[in-house]
Design a protein around this ligand. Structure first.
Ligand code: NI
Length: 137
């Protein structure tokens, strides 16, 4: 049976600050630039969740897109949208909320909810030009 990748786009706004608490303010500013601003700043994150697998002969779907939409809304948008990632999201209390780490956190949440016969790939845009991809490796 043919393998097809289905994609669902989603969106959330969130604030963050990138810093390493073991470093001085100067070193944080050097490494993270404006993202080290102690007063936080926001991004409009664009999320693309890709699910790859064989088409189910009964439904003609790889995955029911309504189910994927609801999953992303409940498990990701609800938890991250309009949040201060450092202060309000447990995963980032001890993990720098870079695009890389946010993508891994999102993947880990969704992986538990999607059929293991399906591959999962998370793409996260932090800006229109900067994006990361995580596929579980
Ligand atoms: Ni930033």
């Amino acid at each position: 049976m043919a393998k097809v990748t289905v994609h669902r786009k989603a969106h959330f706004n969130a604030a963050h600050r990138l810093y390493n608490s073991d470093w001085s303010d100067d070193r944080n500013a050097t490494v993270f630039g404006k993202c080290a601003n102690p007063h936080y700043h926001g991004h409009n994150y664009e999320l693309i969740v890709a699910v790859k697998g064989e088409i189910n002969p009964t439904t003609g779907f790889v995955m029911d897109m309504k189910e994927l939409k609801d999953l992303i809304a409940e498990e990701i948008e609800e938890k991250l949208d309009h949040k201060n990632l450092n202060e309000e999201v447990e995963a980032f209390k001890s993990l720098n909320p870079t695009a890389e780490n946010i993508a891994v956190v999102i993947w880990n949440i969704l992986r538990k909810k999607i059929d293991l016969n399906l591959e999962l790939i998370v793409t996260l845009y932090e800006t229109p030009r900067n994006f990361v991809v995580y596929d579980g490796e």
